[in-house]
Design a protein around this ligand. Sequence first.
Ligand code: SF4
Length: 349
Amino acid sequence: MTRKVRVGNTYIGGGAPVSVQTMLDAPSYDVEGNVAQAIAVEEAGCDILRVAVPDEAALAALEAVKKAVSVPVVADIHFDYKLALAAIDCGADKIRINPGNIGGAERVRAVTEKCKTNGVAIRVGVNSGSLEKEVLTKYGSPTPEALCESALNAVRLLESFDFYDTVVSIKTSSVVDTVSAYRLFSAASDYPLHIGVTEAGTEKSGTVRSAVALGSLLLDGIGDTLRVSLSASPLKEVEAGIAILKACGLRDGAQVISCPTCGRTRIDVKSLAEQAEALAARCEKPIKIAVMGCVVNGPGEAREADIGITGGDGVGLVFKKGEVVEKVAESELLAALEKYIKDYENANE
Ligand code: SF4
């Protein structure tokens, strides 16, 4: 089990639920834009959000975001340790730094001292583009071993200042190297891990790459908090993160399964499944909902579903655990499904 680190009003590691993070992408000087986005991602289920602080002007957005949301806020700092100190004054619950680019041990010490005084955690973010020269020279390239060594060096540096509220990330844009690096670090240390693939890509390809990497790690019990980094809106990152946790059995909530359709399909499965997902998005109960394409095979194929719908040629069927419980007009299927989801939620309260 990893060490438990407090981040504002939540915890990372030590058996705490795996949290979903994202990073705001409104311009750092745009206070209103950042606040609006922060509120939207919090509503979408983001557990911890991060704000870039590239300069002093960005501190205004950080401070406003912190006041606007109840989830913990992380300040992302590169190069300038004074910004890290100022971010703590603005209420940051965690500081993300890379000790390798913050300007020397004494500056890292100054950050740790202020973090300690204010109960603020630190994430050390190691990535393949910012390895120390000595480590790169030793390994020749940013191999998983090199990344792991760099991360261990970073936590040891913080330990030398008597600082232990550290969360570690080790990211590369390679799925295979990222998984290997996290596995190495996890075997060598009990610091909690923020997992993710950096520069993962667009919404579709980045989600797939992140799901492969994060899913592999999570199913091995590695990973305490995650971010799916996408060239897409932070809302998409939150949705993808939650979906990965649900798929790994690490977060409750509705799961919509739907048949791939075939020549027997007599109903618009694609559209119905999307609408069913929208209906189920807010449901926090572990309900499995099936949308199937034909009345003959559908209920039986989705026998494990708590609730399912299928239909064709104007007729709709609602089924539970494979047994048909109601016959409705095809146009009434979604309304019937909504009612069953509500009943399920009420019955399981
Ligand atoms: S449920 Fe029916 S329509 Fe869907 S794949 Fe199976 S046989 Fe085809």
